[in-house]
Design a protein around this ligand. Structure first.
Ligand code: GDP
Ligand code: IMO
Ligand code: MG
Length: 426
């Protein structure tokens, strides 16, 4: 059966968790392939809300294998806590169904400290507004080839040595550049050891587990963050530290690119962004506040207010080019109900030229002027709609325009947070 990749096409929080949870029912395994607990994926089942940061969003479906690939950065404390909370809700979280790749890099306490030191040292305009979870510094160590990998948790002497080496360098920065207390390597080691012990049963060969799952059904790859937060293709430097684009579903999990078949772009019906960085269609007015309130736009990880704006087709067009989606899943369409007029940004004006794709210079997006077209809104509450045919004409026209401008068909429409508030394109 065809494998499925779900990815965020904007700046994250598009509703990936909800769609993954919904599709997981028929999957053999669900795999996270990048990012870490900077992600916050919200699932609502029968009115009950569950926010996941690390564990794949298929976990609420009994028996499905949930895999964490080599491309993820994993904080053991958060992983073990998440398991505990799920277990209290009666969700099965044993190693029989949950696996972390032995090649996954581990977020250490010094990564979290470094993340916060770096952010605090930046002036307001330069702040990335990271989630403070140690994501960037952990990926830095991976690339620097001095990172701690999950397999090292089962090798205490190697772990002790790696911590010592890492802190040799980082303590100089902590003490002399950032003016904070240096960390004692032995203390860090002793603190991590009990967590390492608890992690051991979960370590495995995720590439092998994917191969096995494919014999039973399809594999569902769950993206985190969004395309415009990608380390290479996003609004650098206001990005996260991993490749969020779909190509990484293969390398971040240990399978080949020919294994990726159906690719679903999750698109929020408007745009949001949390943290710093350019946002051409941002609305700093009453309409922005209204989207924020009605959409409940608060970060699922940090609780920060999400910035809100109109749909940006330059952003979506670029996502289509980078990710080759086979379909769009448009979420939060219900939030647009009641607006008389809807605007869609179709292009940017940049240095006197009209552009269909984002400029590639650093911070170029901060200097574009969005070109808008206007569509009629609709009054009706659509949160109870269960079929394409029952959508108001104006809502259908809005979605059809997104199809035309992106060149990608709509496959799924979401009109509320609950698993069941979703239907296919008629
Ligand atoms: P993710 O990071 O992409 O998984 O998205 P988040 O969970 O961070 O944010 C999406 C938010 O929108 C969550 O609170 C979801 O429960 C909610 N949500 C998802 N789809 C819909 C929808 O169609 N309508 C409404 N009103 N809320 C939705
Ligand atoms: P999900 O998976 C939205 C943003 C942060 C910050 C930047 C870098 O829920 O869509 P980091 O901690 O990764 O170094 O922060 O990226 N960011 C997200 N924004 N959704 C997310 O994840 C995000 N993960 C990181 O706000 O601007
Ligand atoms: Mg989120």
């Amino acid at each position: 059966m065809a494998n499925v990749v779900v990815f965020g096409s904007q700046w994250g929080d598009e509703g990936k968790g909800k769609i993954v949870d919904m599709l997981a029912e028929d999957a053999a395994a669900i795999v996270r392939f990048q990012g870490g607990n900077n992600a916050g994926h919200t699932l609502v089942v029968a009115g009950e809300k569950c926010i996941l940061h690390l564990i794949p969003s298929g976990v609420l479906h009994p028996g499905k294998a949930c895999l964490i690939g080599n491309g993820v950065v994993l904080d053991p404390e958060v992983f073990l806590k998440e398991i505990e909370v799920l277990a209290q809700k009666g969700v099965e979280t044993s190693p029989a169904r949950l696996m972390v790749s032995k090649k996954t890099h581990i977020i250490m306490p010094y990564h979290r400290l470094m993340d916060n030191c770096r952010e605090n040292a930046l002036d307001d305009a330069g702040k990335i507004g990271t989630t403070g979870r140690g994501i960037g510094p952990c990926y830095e160590d991976k690339m620097h080839r001095c990172g701690v990998r999950a397999a090292d948790l089962a090798d205490p002497e190697l772990l002790r040595e790696k911590i010592k080496l890492a802190l040799n360098e980082k303590n100089v920065l902590f003490e002399h550049l950032y003016g904070v207390e240096p960390l004692d390597p032995e203390r860090v080691f002793q603190d991590v050891l009990p967590l390492a012990e608890r992690m051991k049963p979960y370590l495995g060969d995720v590439s092998g587990a994917i191969q096995k799952a494919e014999a039973e059904g399809f594999v569902l790859f769950e993206g985190a963050q969004g395309t415009h937060l990608d380390i290479d293709h996003g609004t650098y430097p206001f990005v996260t530290s991993s490749n969020t684009v779909t190509g990484n579903a293969a390398s971040g999990s240990g399978c080949g690119p020919r294994k990726l078949d159906r690719i679903i772009a999750i698109v929020k019906a408007y745009t949001t962004r949390v943290g710093g960085g350019p946002f051409p269609t941002e609305l700093l007015d009453e309409i922005g506040n209204r989207l924020q309130d009605k959409g409940g736009e608060f970060g699922a990880t940090t609780g920060r207010r999400r910035r809100c704006g109109w749909m940006d087709m330059v952003v979506l067009r670029e996502s289509a080019r980078l990710n080759t989606p086979t379909e769009l899943a448009v979420t939060k369409l219900d939030v647009l109900s009641g607006l008389k007029e809807l605007k869609i940004c179709t292009a940017y004006k940049y240095r006197g030229e009209l552009m269909e794709y984002p400029p590639q210079e650093q911070n170029g997006m901060a200097h574009v002027e969005p070109v808008y077209e206007s569509l009629s809104g609709w009054e009706e509450d659509i949160s109870g709609v269960t079929a394409w045919a029952d959508l108001p004409d104006a809502a259908k026209a809005y979605l059809e325009r997104l199809e035309e401008l992106s060149g990608v068909p709509v496959g799924l429409v979401s009109v509320g947070p609950d698993r069941v508030q979703t239907f296919t394109r008629g």
